[in-house]
Design a binder for this molecule. Structure first.
Ligand SMILES: [Ca+2]
Length: 365
């Protein structure tokens, strides 16, 4: 196949000549090639990003442990707290009257931590003592039915008093095979009895990572088909916007077929933008996204510094480039002056951009 005959690249480096030829001989074959090339690149770009983002596997996979009081027990009153939570919709709230100790326990199905590679425990806690006295000790215990296998650690030095403390503790020293209970205990000096509240949220095990998107042929094909689908939606919606506008200002001129083909060619900049983005992502390091993301690490900084460039290349550059290409096309299709052609093309293109947003919202993307 000789790509040259379809003017795909001519509209990029010499748009006036390119669109003159396209309007004289409108064909959608070139647009189909643009669709395939841009979708192959976009699928590659998504995969490149997805394979470099390693997401932490957690157990449970959702927030189930702190969304209901199932399996929880305590030395006080247990409720779910809706107005003060860190993850999900609820935290677990325990209230103890006139005491110096508060204790909460979560019993779970026996869990083989070593088999699942669970090395870290994440949790968030928030305390309240009615007289605002800071606690003297805070203990986490991991228990198994075999009492010889228990793990206990103090986290008093990691606690904020009165605000949420988001903690991650390494539990890799234990080769747990049957962990079935997690216990939190906060103690105040014995002469400091008061009404106590303890909130627990975001209780999860973690420690292993897997790519957000695995590099498999099946995933690549899915991403490609998704990109093709998005391309077709964009093409149809922009065409609708241009027909709406040019029906009014160029009534009597039946040039829809030419307009349809020319609009498809205005997506040619996507090939350049996606290709540059793809090459840029090759320079980015692999990053681990933990339950508590550590944005200060060098890898994240590199991602963050490239983010505006990638964002511009994915959205603004194709939009600005495409609307100018449409102006050139409209100049030839409707025989408008350059000023008039560009003016109405900008309007129609922005209407298309807006309609596209609505359509994507309606179909749930
Ligand atoms: Ca929760």
């Amino acid at each position: 196949m000789n790509l040259k005959q379809y003017n795909i690249f001519k509209v990029l480096y010499s748009p006036i000549k390119g669109f003159k030829e396209i309007t004289e001989n409108p064909t959608t074959t070139g647009v189909i090639i643009i669709m395939v090339l841009s979708s192959l690149l976009l699928a590659g770009l998504r995969m490149s990003i997805g394979t470099k983002m390693l997401v932490e596997n957690t157990f449970p996979a959702d927030e189930a442990w702190t969304e209901s009081i199932d399996g929880w027990s305590s030395n006080g009153n247990l409720t779910v707290e809706q107005t003060d939570s860190i993850m999900g919709n609820y935290s677990i709230r325990c209230f103890v009257q006139n005491s110096s100790v508060i204790q909460m326990k979560k019993t779970i199905e026996p869990l083989n931590c070593s088999e699942k590679g669970l090395k870290k425990l994440y949790f968030s806690v928030k305390l309240n003592h009615t007289n605002n006295v800071p606690p003297a000790e805070a203990t986490l215990r991991l228990l198994s039915p075999d009492e010889n296998k228990s793990f206990e650690t103090s986290f008093i030095n990691l606690l904020n008093f009165t605000t949420w403390s988001n903690l991650s503790l390494s539990v890799s020293t234990q080769s747990w095979e049957k962990l079935n209970c997690l216990e939190f205990q906060i103690e105040w000096p014995q002469n400091q009895t008061a009404d106590l509240t303890l909130l627990v949220d975001g209780l999860l095990f973690g420690g292993t990572f897997s790519p957000e998107i695995s590099a498999t042929a099946g995933n690549y094909v899915n991403l490609f088909l998704y990109s093709v689908f998005m391309f077709i939606i964009s093409w149809a919606v922009y065409f609708l916007a241009f027909v709406l506008i040019f029906k009014v200002i160029a009534s009597g001129q039946k040039r829809e077929k030419t307009l349809f083909a020319a609009l498809g060619y205005s997506f040619a900049p996507l090939i350049v933008c996606y290709l540059v983005c793809l090459v840029l992502t090759f320079t980015l390091p692999t990053i681990e996204i933990t339950v508590i993301s550590r944005l200060e690490t060098a890898g994240f900084q590199q991602w963050r510094s490239l983010y505006p460039v990638i964002y511009a290349l994915l959205y603004f550059v194709p939009l600005l480039w495409g609307m100018n290409l449409c102006g050139v096309a409209v100049h030839f299709i409707y025989d408008f002056s350059w000023g008039k052609a560009l003016f109405y093309s900008y309007g129609a293109y922005l209407l298309g951009f807006f309609l596209q947003g609505i359509v994507l919202l309606l179909i749930g993307f």
